[in-house]
Each structure stands twice: as C-alpha cells, then as structure tokens.
Design a protein around this ligand. Structure first.
Ligand code: ZN
Length: 390
C-alpha cells in the first residue's frame, strides 16, 4: 500500500468518551464560526485526507506554500489550508490558548489549540495561487471575502461535520485503504470530478483502469461554483453509470469532502496528494484540471508535475487529452488516436450541456450514457418547474 504523504496517516477525529469530554470543554471556550468551505477543510483534516497536516496552517507553512509550493519541512504542498478571521475577532483571541470551532448553524465541531495569529495579504495570496485577484475568479472572490488574519494550530474534531449527509459515500482514507486491501487492489487510480461523468470521462477512467487494479471515483463533496450541478444529482449519475457500465469489483465511489479552489495547476498537485492519502497510486490529470475561465494554460496542470521529484510526490500522474466520440472511428478517441476532422467528433461544452438540459433537449448517446442523461433530464426539468413556480 502506498504511504500517506509525509509517511503517517493523520487522524484528528476523536470519538467516544474523549469526544464527550472535549465537547463539554468546548462550551467554555470562545467560538469561531466556520464558513462551509472551512468546515470541509476541517473534515479533511479530521480524517487525515490532508496528511501530514494536523490543523490549520501556521505562518511558516503558509509562507512557504505560497512562495515555494512546499511545507516548511520541504514536503510538496501547493495550496494554503487556513482559517481566517477579521481583525476584531483576532484581537479578541489574543490571550486565548484554545478556541472552539462551530459550523454556520453554531453546532460545535472541534477545538483548535492556538499556535499563532497573524496578518496576511489576501491579494498576494490570490495572485500566487490563482494568478489573479480578479473577483471574476471564484477562488479569488472567496479569498477576498475572508478576514485578513489567520489563526493556526492543531485541531481535535469531536463531531465529524456533515456526517449524516450521503454517509454511505463518506469514506475516509483509512476506509478506502482498508477496502483497497480487501479487494486486493495494489494499483488504484483516482479520478477527481465535480461534474457528472460523461462518456469522455468514462473512456479516460477505463483507459487508466486497463493498467491498474481499481478505480476510485472521487467526486468533490464540498463547496463548488453555484452553476456546477449539485451533489445529490451527481451522485445519482455516478450510481447509474457504475451500475450499468462498470464491473462491480473494479470501481469504488466515495466522496472527497474538499471544496473546490479552482486553482488549476496548484490544485492538480493538491488533488493528487489528497488521493495519495486515500491510498491511490495513480491520479488522472486531464487538460485544464481544476481550471476556470482562461486563467491557466490548457496543459499547465500537467506541466507542474515536472517541478517535483517523482519520489517526493509518490503518486503517479496519468495525463490525458480531451476525448470525444468520433463517428468515423465509431468509438471514443482523442486527438492522439483519431485523425478525423472536427465534424466527425461529438463534443459539447459544459454550457452547451446545461443549455440543452434547460431547454428540455436530449443529450446525444455518443456524449452521455442514456441512464445518466435521464437523471440529468429529470433534475433539470424539476429545477425549471421550481423556478417557474417562484
Ligand atoms: Zn476518428
């Protein structure tokens, strides 16, 4: 089994009597209310998906991640995992040693042992991470909306966030590693997605599956852009796809509770390291992975892997082109495997897919499996009806 990043799988989730004691102690502490994005980071920390991180980043890690794409100890790490505060809140905690963390409904989740509280430059962070501080970029917009102080330290999580939502798919790294071992999967490829799986993605997954033992289909379970398709609908799409088109013992569907940053190349590395913690040996990186708009070049998310030594990443990236159905080839292909012209290729953009569904049209079977199209069709017609009723 592949080692977690940094060599040890972190577990910051406390259960049983200890959890009850921590929660009782938390009632006496000052409270920070987390955004849903921060709650998903807390969940990632709790289950060890962000190993070797044991809490929200301190100054040394934060600064080196921004400047060098590494933690202070030199391990590759490309995105900040931070808890932000406004100035008033930061000042109010100056003399505190511990603080309770709550979700946006006020439910207490964890205790953070305060190591440091420091000021940071939100704009500089966005430019380093997203190459822009423009508010058109969803990641930069989120950073700009946060406070400009950071509080850092290890966390102990006594209540797993969102535990009841889609609990069947809420598998942590310890769970997926156990399942891989039980199934005898030595080599496992991880597939990141925040969209329904269309045939192009299915083709890439299956091409990868030809050379490994198993597939971890690992959709984003945290926050995504408001125009991305919601998690419940996406999960139904994955279920009907796996049921009808994949061998049962070769694919595992689980949630990656992380939120999307839309940080392109930096997020491609981040996504790969997370999947390494979940036990994957390989990771699929498509064109414009984790991209948005035109902020990154189409191959930047693949090129960034050459900035790191193979051994220090540990997980092997598998690079893919855009793929499509070609009528001349009578099958799925990419520009690496098909020399026919554009007219022979069935390709739809995300916007075209959404517009087709909103207008009640059918997605072509060359593009989307009919079972998946039916789920999407139903979800969109419900949405249109709801909007009409408002
Ligand atoms: Zn062709």
């Amino acid at each position: 089994m592949i080692e977690p990043h940094g060599g040890r799988l972190v577990n910051r989730l406390v259960t049983g009597q200890k959890a009850a004691e921590l929660e009782a102690g938390a009632l006496a502490l000052p409270v920070i209310q987390l955004s849903p994005f921060e709650v998903s980071d807390l969940e990632m920390l709790a289950i060890g998906a962000f190993s070797p991180l044991e809490g929200f980043m301190g100054r040394a890690d934060y600064t080196r991640v921004i400047n060098d794409k590494r933690l202070a100890n030199g391990l590759p790490w490309t995105l900040p995992v931070t808890l932000a505060l406004n100035k008033e809140k930061a000042e109010s905690l100056k003399n505190a040693s511990h603080v309770a963390l709550a979700d946006d409904t006020g439910t207490l989740l964890a205790i953070l042992e305060i190591q440091d509280i420091f000021h940071y430059d939100r704009e500089a962070e966005s430019v380093a991470v997203f190459r822009t501080a423009n508010s058109d970029h969803p990641g930069a917009r989120y950073v700009a909306s946060r406070g400009d102080w950071i509080i850092s330290g290890p966390v102990e999580v006594f209540r797993r966030p969102n535990a009841e939502e889609f609990s069947k798919y809420r598998l942590g790294p310890a769970d997926t590693r156990r399942i891989f071992a039980e199934r005898g999967w030595n080599a496992v490829v991880g597939f990141q997605t925040r969209n329904p799986v269309h045939r192009a993605h299915e083709y890439i997954q299956k091409a990868a599956l030809e050379i490994v033992d198993g597939l971890l289909l690992h959709p984003i379970g945290g926050e995504t852009k408001s125009d991305d398709i919601n998690l419940e609908v996406r999960l139904r799409c994955y279920e009907v796809l796996l049921e009808n088109y994949y061998p049962r013992d070769r694919a595992l569907l689980a949630l990656n509770p992380a939120s999307m940053r839309y940080a392109g190349p930096r997020e491609a590395i981040f996504h790969a390291l997370i999947r390494k913690n979940f036990g994957c040996t390989h990771f699929i990186v498509g064109r414009d992975h984790a991209g948005v708009g035109n902020y990154y070049g189409p191959y930047d998310s693949q090129k960034i892997f050459s900035e790191f030594g193979k051994d220090e990443l540990g997980i092997t990236p598998l690079f893919f082109e855009h793929t499509f159905y070609c009528r001349e080839c009578s099958g799925m292909a990419s520009q690496k495997t098909c020399g026919h012209d554009k007219q022979s290729r069935v390709m739809l953009s995300g916007t075209q897919v959404r517009n087709t569904l909103r207008d009640g049209g059918q997605l072509p079977p060359e593009f989307t499996r009919p079972e998946v199209a039916a789920v999407l069709h139903q979800a969109f017609s419900q949405q249109v009806q709801q909007e009409a009723a408002c």
